[in-house]
Structures are given as structure tokens and as C-alpha cells.
Write a protein that binds this ligand. Structure first.
Ligand code: ADP
Ligand code: MG
Length: 613
């Protein structure tokens, strides 16, 4: 048989490697930003068009490259960062594989302009799909500028696989934030389609966090500081009362690299034990510094998982450090053994006038007189007449029997009574609440148990969907318009939902780049809730199961708002509220499932109950 093995041509090998390194525009952003940091840049500018599909450009004022280096940088395994395998165990740079530029150039149109401090002129190289189109001497400032255009132009399958511009942009912003957070001494600017999203000058870590996530962050941060032989931990955690339902503001950096570590995340969460609202996560921005020898970041070019030599110790140190901070800044509740709760005045009594006790005495009262309605002994302790006791055992005529209690036991189960839940969902008027979580009622076939929170989500969800489509949300004008601060990125997100929000009854004026004035709110909202609701929306938008998984923006918005506004477990419902909830639920198109596809109610069949006896 003839030999069949051949070496792949370079451009094919590069395209294959590109599949590993470049998954989406955000991967390019990460590689280019990291190269600029490695080159010692003090000012870095990121310019993006159409979610990075049309253009990603990074301009820096770093070391720059000589003519030869500029050309070489696009070769595979061309790197200035390591020269032997040992160097891998002493890495202080982000890059070391020499793969990124070669991979990017294999699947896009790339323009590189670069000049070193010493050189008089710079170099301009144009590469399209691994082929150098031209190389020229050019006038350019010190540093490097790389533009990546038409990503995946030669791999249509990959290009079609990209998500909407909005979603790709969000991934880009995530990468940008990760790099910007861990290099607060470097100035970063970012533009998308001509709009400035971030303008961060060199500053402290704390300021960087605040500038990225908005001024509201400032009051939320609590410093964490710990130094041991194994590791140095520094950074901030967010106060527990600001914990959020979605993940998002959780950042670990190991030796100045963003990492994901469910194990260390657990350490943080466990340190907050008992301080968090249910189903919420604390925010944190933590930097770990360990000996480069004790960490393996070599697992995958783009993955963010790392391996620490001594994870258990790190877990314990991290947990202790956070507990310490929470305690030190008086965030953890202090148990006061001296305090006698019996002496506390209930809150609602504080403003009430004190009333003098009054006593009325009935001079004619005779406790031995039969049938005395004012008998001092009431309820079960009252001596009952023994006359009617036989009645209790006389089922046929007993008053108990007539009240129907025994009919369930003796009644013959006729099949049609239990046929279909749907037909028999005539809910009785009597309802009650169980464990402040369920509303219980009866239907023909048995006991109806409704999850109050999910039921309300469904009701609101259908209402919001209708309001957005028919534009019928009722506006409640605010007497005092509320001014809210957001980051430029958040403002952009809100702007993209403005028409849907206004259909629901939100009246908003986009005052400036980072300020929003709310003049009207949907009538279902209470004054003062609007900030929280908009924050919930933004959280969910950027969360892991964010908008990309929804059918449409309208659907997503209705779902998120319904969750944010629905009554929660633990909330007391008056009998009127219970009845309204049940009636509204069964007026819904789909009363069985919550907008999050969870079961809203179950019917405990009469048979099942009978079997228990
Ligand atoms: P790596 O970063 O793993 O070394 P890259 O393919 O990302 O591999 O880059 C190859 C080389 O090109 C780098 O080692 C560096 O010498 C040079 N380089 C890339 N980007 C820049 C930049 N912005 N400024 C200066 N040199 C750069
Ligand atoms: Mg690199």
C-alpha cells in the first residue's frame, strides 16, 4: 500500500489551532488585550464594531515590535515569552504559547502596525487567512495596533454559529472587564459602534471596581487582606445584604489572571454562611497570589480553570480571611447574651400611645349557674353537659355526620368524580395558607395545593406579555422622578429594552451617559421599588442563563419581571389575597406551569387521602 500520511500545510494547521483558541470575538479580545499587557502598555484602547464581527481593534503604547518580530509574531509557536520548558513553571506573563496571533490571522483579515521606542519608523503588515498580503514601512506611534476584521470570513459554518451582536458584545465586555479589573494601574478605554463604554484611568483596585460596576458599588465593598506562606489574598467582598440572585460579580484572579474555580467559590460562599438571603450569591473581587510553581495554568489555551498544588489549604485560608473581614467590619451579626428579648417593645408599638388597663367586674356572676355564657371557663376546659355524649357514636343521626365529615369515609368513590383535573377545577371559596408557601383549597377530586410564588409568577407573566404586545401598561406618574445611576453598559442594555419597558408603563428619560430619570412606573410597582426591579433585570440579562436562551426579548422581559415582582415564599397572604390568587391563576392560559417551567399546583386525590386511613 502506498504511504498515506502527509503533513498538513501550515494554513490548515493554523485554522485547526484557531478552532481551539478563537471561539468567538471575545476570545480575540482576550488574546489581544493580554498581549498589550505583556508588552507593558500603560494605555490600551479597544474598539469594537457589530459585536466584534466586523471589527476588533486593540491599540496600545507598549514595547512594540521590530520589523522581524512583527513578521515572526504571526508564525505558530512564535513567542518572546518563554524559551525553554522550565520557563513554564515560572510564568509572569499571560501568553506563552505563541499561538494566538497565528490562529487569529488564519481566520480573519488582520492589520498590524507596530513600532518600538528606538526605531524611527514602524511596520505595517496585512494578513488575510494566513497569507501576507503586504508588508510596508510606515509612520506610526510607539506601540502596537492590531485590527481584526471579518472574523471567520473563511469558515462560514463558524461565522453562522455566532450569536447576535448584543450577545457577542456582552461576552466581549466580560473579557474586557476581567482584564481591566486585574490591571487597575493601566488605563483602558472601550468603544462599541462609536459609543464610549468605558474610560478607565490608572487607579486603585477599589476605584477600578467602582468605575466598572457603578458608584453604587462603593458602599458595598469590604476589604479582604491575608498573607500566609502559601498565598497572599487581597481584594473585596460585597456586603451580604447586596447578594444577588444571579451570578455575575464574582471574580477570582490567580497571579493576575481571571480564573474560574467552583471549589474556591464554595469557600467564599461558606464563609458567608447564615448571612445570605436564600438563593443569592455574594459578590467578590479576590486576587490570589501564589508561587508560579504552585499553580498550573497550562490546561487549555482559552479555558480559565487552573490547578493549585495545595487547594485544601487555599480553601481554608480564603474562608478564614473572608470570615475575618465580615466580623471585623461588623457585618456578621453579634450575639448579645446580655440582651433580654422579653424587654423589647414590638416595632409597631413604638409609636402607639400607652393605654391604662381597665377592669370591669360583674357583681352578679355565679360560676355554678348552668348555661352561664359568661362562664369564666371557656373552650375545652369548660365542663360540658354529658347528655349528648351518645350522639357522638350514633353515626346515622349524629350532627357530625350531617356536617359531612364522615361522608368522605363512607362515600363510595365513583370514577367520574376523579376523571380529569381540568373539568373539576371549580375551586371552593375556602382557602388557607400553609407554611406561608402554599395556598390550599379543595376541588371536586381532592385537595388543591398551589405554590403561591409560582402561581403569582404565572399571573404576572401572562399579564406582562399581553401588556407589552398590546402596549396597555398603566403608568403611574411619579410625584418625584427618581434619578438612578448605571454604568454605560447597563444604560445601553436598558436602552435596548426601552420600547418594551415603556409599553409596560416605565417612563424613562436617559439623562446622560450614566444617569437615568424615571418619571413613571407600571401601576403594579410601588414607589421606591423601581431601582431594585431594574437591577434585577440587568442581573438576569447578564446572567449565565440570560437573554440568549429566551424566545424573544418580550418573553424574557416578562419572565424576569414576573420573577422579580411575584410574591415570595414566606409572605403572608390574607384570605382575600388567597382567593384572588386562585381565581387569577385559573384564569391564565397555562395555569399548570410557571414561566420557568416549574409545577404550580398539585391535586392530592381523594383516593390518596382515603388510602391513608
Ligand atoms: P504569546 O502571547 O503566547 O507569546 P501571541 O501569538 O499572542 O503569543 O504573540 C506572539 C508574540 O508577538 C508575543 O510573544 C510578543 O512577542 C509579540 N506581540 C504580540 N502582541 C504584541 C503587542 N501588542 N505588543 C508587543 N508585542 C506583541
Ligand atoms: Mg498572546
Amino acid at each position: 500500500m502506498a504511504d498515506i500520511i502527509k503533513l498538513l500545510p501550515d494554513h490548515v494547521a493554523n485554522q485547526i489551532a484557531a478552532g481551539e483558541v478563537v471561539q468567538r470575538p471575545a476570545s480575540v479580545v482576550k488574546e489581544l488585550l493580554e498581549n498589550s499587557i505583556d508588552a507593558g502598555a500603560k494605555n490600551v484602547k479597544l474598539i469594537v464594531k457589530d459585536g466584534g464581527k466586523t471589527l476588533i481593534q486593540v491599540v496600545d503604547d507598549g514595547l512594540g515590535m521590530s520589523e522581524t518580530d512583527a513578521r515572526l509574531s504571526f508564525e505558530r509557536h512564535a513567542t518572546s515569552k518563554i524559551s525553554s520548558a522550565e520557563d513554564l513553571y515560572n510564568l509572569h506573563t499571560k501568553g506563552f504559547r505563541g499561538e494566538a496571533l497565528a490562529s487569529i490571522a488564519a481566520i480573519a483579515h488582520v492589520d498590524l502596525l507596530s513600532k518600538t521606542e528606538q526605531a524611527d519608523v514602524g511596520t505595517h503588515i496585512k494578513i488575510e487567512g494566513s497569507e501576507v498580503v503586504y508588508q510596508e514601512v510606515t509612520v506610526t506611534p510607539k506601540g502596537t495596533s492590531i485590527s481584526v476584521k471579518n472574523l471567520f470570513f473563511n469558515i462560514p459554518a463558524r461565522r453562522n454559529f455566532l450569536k447576535s451582536d448584543q450577545v457577542e458584545l456582552r461576552h466581549i465586555i466580560d473579557e474586557f472587564q476581567r482584564v481591566a479589573l486585574v490591571h487597575p494601574n493601566v488605563s483602558f478605554r472601550m468603544y462599541n459602534n462609536g459609543t464610549e463604554y468605558f474610560n478607565l484611568s490608572g487607579e486603585s483596585f477599589r476605584h477600578r471596581i467602582v468605575h466598572i460596576f457603578g458608584n453604587k458599588m462603593s458602599e458595598r465593598l469590604v476589604p479582604v487582606e491575608e498573607e500566609t506562606e502559601t498565598a497572599r489574598i487581597s481584594g473585596f467582598i460585597c456586603k451580604p445584604e447586596f447578594s444577588k440572585k444571579s451570578r455575575g460579580e464574582q471574580f477570582f484572579f490567580a497571579n493576575h489572571r481571571f480564573i474560574k474555580s467552583p471549589y474556591l467559590h464554595h469557600a467564599v460562599v461558606s464563609a458567608f454562611e447564615g448571612l445570605l438571603k436564600p438563593d443569592t450569591y455574594p459578590g467578590y473581587f479576590l486576587q490570589l497570589e501564589v508561587d508560579p510553581k504552585a499553580i498550573d495554568i497550562n490546561i487549555h489555551p482559552t479555558k480559565t480553570e487552573v490547578k493549585f498544588d495545595d487547594e485544601h489549604t487555599l480553601y481554608a485560608i480564603l474562608r478564614a480571611a473572608i470570615k475575618h473581614s465580615l466580623g471585623q467590619f461588623h457585618i456578621a451579626p453579634i450575639i448579645d447574651f446580655e440582651h433580654n428579648q422579653n424587654l423589647d417593645t414590638p416595632y409597631q408599638y413604638k409609636t402607639k400611645e400607652a393605654q391604662l388597663p381597665t377592669i370591669t367586674v360583674d357583681a352578679d356572676f355565679n360560676p355554678f349557674q348552668e348555661g352561664n355564657s359568661r362562664s369564666g371557663l371557656k373552650g375545652s376546659r369548660a365542663p360540658k353537659s354529658t347528655e349528648g355524649w351518645k350522639e357522638l357514636y350514633d353515626f346515622e343521626n349524629s350532627s357530625l355526620g350531617n356536617r359531612g365529615v364522615l361522608q368522605v369515609e363512607s362515600g363510595v368513590v365513583s370514577p367520574e368524580v376523579f376523571e380529569s383535573d381540568e373539568e373539576n377545577l371549580t375551586v371552593q371559596q375556602t382557602t388557607f395558607q400553609l407554611q406561608r408557601k402554599y395556598v390550599i383549597s379543595t376541588v371536586k377530586s381532592g385537595l388543591l395545593v398551589i405554590n403561591q410564588s409560582r402561581a403569582h409568577q404565572r399571573i404576572l407573566y401572562e399579564r406582562f406579555l399581553a401588556e407589552i404586545t398590546v402596549k396597555q401598561g398603566i403608568v403611574q406618574q411619579l410625584l418625584f422622578p427618581e434619578t438612578l445611576q448605571f454604568t454605560a453598559k447597563e444604560m445601553d442594555t436598558l436602552r435596548s429594552m426601552q420600547s418594551e419597558l415603556s409599553n409596560l408603563g416605565f417612563e424613562m428619560v436617559f439623562d446622560s451617559k450614566e444617569q437615568l430619570k424615571v418619571t413613571g412606573i407600571p401601576n403594579i410597582l410601588k414607589d421606591g421599588m423601581v431601582a431594585q426591579v431594574l437591577e434585577d433585570l440587568l442581573d438576569s440579562y447578564s446572567g449565565e442563563k440570560g437573554i440568549d436562551q429566551a424566545f424573544s426579548q418580550t418573553e424574557w422581559l416578562s419572565r424576569t419581571l414576573s420573577k422579580s415582582l411575584a410574591i415570595k415564599t414566606g409572605q403572608y397572604l390574607s384570605p382575600e389575597m388567597q382567593t384572588a390568587l386562585v381565581n387569577d391563576l385559573f384564569a391564565c392560559k397555562e395555569p399548570k406551569l410557571s414561566p420557568f417551567q416549574k409545577t404550580i399546583y398539585v391535586i392530592i386525590d381523594g383516593n390518596e387521602i382515603a388510602n391513608k386511613f
